[in-house]
Design a protein around this ligand. Structure first.
Ligand SMILES: [Zn+2]
Length: 135
């Protein structure tokens, strides 16, 4: 039964099986997008978009079946250069923060994190789900 929510998600959001379902704007098409899961939340989809001006990284997260409260989970968006150094780290959130239980669908939420101004030399953007805080 593990693959069923996945298939349903594809039907719900109308995407292909690819983690990056949409083509990035050409000036950022070289940027590699990577994702990381937490014990509670999986980062399911990630793409870059610049529809209303600012560049944003968007996507969907899915709550794991065994997870309950997702309000303590956030997204760490990290920008790396070609040497693997961190250029910037932003904390973002998916909406709704408490991922609802959906009838006959996977429990999902969406996120949209602004990236402007994107540091020059950014070659990789990672979106990682994370529980806990940053001190
Ligand atoms: Zn974090």
């Amino acid at each position: 039964m593990k693959t069923l929510p996945w298939l349903l998600l594809l039907a719900v959001v109308g995407l292909t099986g690819c983690v990056t379902p949409f083509r990035a704007p050409s000036d950022v098409a070289h940027i590699q997008l990577t994702r990381g899961d937490s014990p509670f939340v999986r980062v399911e989809k990630i793409w870059l978009e610049r529809k209303k001006g600012p560049l944003v990284v968007k996507g969907y997260v899915v709550k794991r079946l065994e997870a309950d409260d997702t309000t303590q989970t956030h997204l760490d968006v990290t920008l790396y250069d070609s040497a693997g150094a961190v250029l910037r780290r932003t904390v973002g959130h998916f909406e709704p923060r408490q991922i609802p239980r959906r009838y006959r669908r996977p429990d999902y939420a969406s996120y949209s994190v602004p990236l402007d101004p994107l540091p020059g030399g950014t070659v990789r953007i990672e979106v990682r789900a994370h529980e806990g805080d940053h001190s």
